[in-house]
Design a binder for this molecule. Sequence first.
Ligand SMILES: [Zn+2]
Length: 407
Amino acid sequence: MTVLKNCRLLPSLTEGYDQPTGDIIIEGKHIQRICPPGTAPTDSGTTIDVKGATVLPGFFDLHAHLMFANQDYNASVLRSQNEYMLDSMEYARVYLKHGYTTIRDCGNDFYVGVSIKNAIERGIIQGARIITSGKIISPIAKGNKSFGTLYEEVDRPEDMMRVCRNEVVHGVDFIKYMITGAVLNESGEPGEMVTTPAEIQAIVEAADSLHTYVAAHCHGTEGIKQAIIHGVRTIEHASYLDDECIELLVKHGCRSSLVPTLSIAFSLFNHFFEGTILPEFMEKAKDACEHVIEGMKMADAAGITIGWGTDFDRENFEKYVGLEFTSRAKTGLPNEAILRQATINSAKIVGLEEKLGTVKCGKYADLAVVDGKPDEDLTVMKKLPLYVLKEGVLVAGTALQQEKSYE
Ligand SMILES: [Zn+2]
């Protein structure tokens, strides 16, 4: 048994307990009980006094790429397959340190996402819980080759079934598909479709028949509309939303969700990678970034579920702690709404809301203990969490370095 004492709890992220402070009792992998402060038994197991720090559910990154080690794409491609795997394993572990206990990898080569997911589930290595795609399925396009063999190119509706079956045979959880051009791709026009409606329909039907779904890279307005019409499950990046997109989302019963990725957009917008990427990438990002903020406000006002993505690389994820939180603060949405995007909203999008996404008795004890009050000030997210638990196990935390009594 593990007890977290003196927790500060947020009403919008806690279920079945309505007081602002409490003790959390963890038994095995799950939260067994939440009770008023000072009332949890502390005579057996491990007790951690979090001293009024805010206890949040573990975060989700629905748009991760474990293999992105830095923004140097050439060096990335030149790695051996073994190094590629090791770098990806390292990133899965780094996520824990940042309070992320579940990530969805939106494209990796050699099916390393599947291998790492299995290794984590077997307990061989430590890392965030993984939901993974395999290769990035795309029409033939010029920039694809600069990513080595990451892209699987396919151009006819009748070939979608074969490609999806191949992915599923390799053990992926979902299919990643390119509907529009990309920011970080030579000759890619984020606003323009690179595929046809018939191809989108075919890949969605193929994925559906294999009991999986399509997550589509989709910046441009027309691409977003086609994605919604044909039932793409998650619209990644979702940069250029307009009123008609919002209406379509609502009309189709919100079967499609949005996964904006502000970390990458903001770091490009603010020239964090100047000198290491092509100047044209920054220009494209600037425009996309300005639109995505407006789009998120519109979507939120219409009650559409907005999930959490970063699309970031390990080096910059480590360097700019909490960037996704501070970037989303620019939308002007309430902090608690932003915190819900990172947790329960994202859990719902991937169908894990019964097990994860809030602090609730019976759910997995995936928790990030944050120093400060993120509901009042999101800049506290620039500090790594004091403690991180995944399925009841203390896996990371800055407080662990100072205090040794928690073994
Ligand atoms: Zn991506």
